[in-house]
Design a protein around this ligand. Structure first.
Ligand code: HEM
Ligand SMILES: [Ca+2]
Length: 319
């Protein structure tokens, strides 16, 4: 049976939680994201990733936004897999605009969920005007704890096999379908060489390449990321199309050109593999409709509601 904070328990969050307390909340967030997106469409990918990294560690409670302090110990932000997170300035700008309109009302955890929806809506191929593609449930409250060690333990590794990914998603109340659909987020954005270089040079420790990677694509990636790669070098998830949210990711996975072992690992499972093949032939519209459903499910993971937690004044600091 569903438990509070489980992705399968729909009762605690609601669409339009701020309808009375801050009627402009969603339009303020939307205007903030639009402002940044119109100047730089690459902003969508880090914003989407922030919500994912929040929800997988202590649930969607804004823990990813907290700074390390002298008393807290290293926060999530300072964990290795979070060194490449970006877009915090957009969350802070939305929070500042919300605080001036309705002080102390809108949680940082909800801002992450709304920003992810708005950023993806603006980046979705064919979605003229960036109309909102799904309704976001709100009413999350902000946590007071952020631990780098918990981030390392809970965030999936790009070298993971299917069984491990399935287990980590299940622990957040997400099923194989959610895993396959949410992985489609890798239609946008970039990756540092370190997140996949082992696939190119030393996959099992014998100087071999990952057999699940297309050999000609591996060669192209080796040219971008030589053995002594520069830590700042990044590669597009989808070559030439990394700001367009669409089904290209699935086309790459089918052709063994997924950037991460974890992308290619979807084909290790019958159910996930069938979905990958289905989605690569689907319309963007069909894919984003499904993506929205799984995002809402992810957004319920481990949430704090009611009087739990707090509404932070500054997203980087507990009150
Ligand atoms: C299935 C397990 C997943 C793994 C192992 C994984 C791993 C990674 C890694 C290693 C990177 C590149 C980091 C870097 O080197 O710069 C990345 C980027 C990204 N991930 Fe994932 N990810 C997963 C699922 C997801 C999900 C569920 C979402 C969102 C719903 C997501 C959204 C993104 C985005 C948008 C980027 C690009 C970020 C940017 O360009 O700044 N990922 N992911
Ligand atoms: Ca969190």
């Amino acid at each position: 049976s569903p438990i509070a904070g489980d992705a399968n328990c729909p009762s605690l969050l609601e669409v339009g939680h701020y309808r009375q307390s801050c009627p402009a909340a969603e339009s303020i967030v939307r205007a903030t994201v639009e402002g940044y997106f119109s100047r730089d469409p690459t902003v969508t990918a880090p914003l989407l990733r922030l919500h994912f990294h929040d929800c997988f560690v202590r649930g969607c409670d804004g823990s990813v936004l907290l700074n390390t302090t002298t008393t807290s110990g290293p926060a999530e932000k300072d964990a290795m897999p979070n060194q490449s997170l970006d877009g915090f300035y957009v969350i802070d700008a939305a929070k500042a605009a919300l605080e001036s309109q309705c002080p102390g009302v809108v949680s940082c955890a909800d801002i992450l969920a709304l920003v992810a929806r708005d950023a993806v809506s603006l980046a979705t191929a064919g979605n003229t005007g960036g109309a909102s593609l799904w309704e976001v449930q709100t009413g999350r409250r902000d946590g007071r704890v952020s631990s780098a060690a918990e981030a390392v333990a809970n965030l999936p590794s790009s070298f993971a096999d299917f069984a491990k990914l399935k287990e980590q998603f299940a622990s957040k109340g997400l099923n194989v379908k959610d895993l396959a659909i949410l992985s489609g987020a890798h239609a946008i954005g970039n990756s540092h060489c370190a997140s996949f270089a082992k696939r190119l040079y030393n996959f099992t420790g014998n100087g071999d390449a990952d057999p699940s990677l297309d050999p000609s694509y591996a060669a192209a990636l080796r040219a971008r990321c030589p053995p002594q790669f520069d830590n700042a070098t990044t590669v597009e998830m989808v070559p030439g199309s990394s700001t367009s949210f669409d089904t290209d990711y699935y086309k790459l996975v089918v052709s063994r050109k997924g950037l991460f072992h974890s992308d290619q690992a979807l084909l290790q499972d019958q159910e996930a593999g069938a979905l990958v093949y289905f989605l690569q032939g689907s319309s963007t519209q069909d894919f984003v409709q499904r993506f929205g459903v799984s995002m809402v499910r992810m957004g319920r993971a481990g949430v704090l509601t009611g009087s739990a937690g707090e509404i932070r004044k500054n997203c980087a600091l507990v009150n």
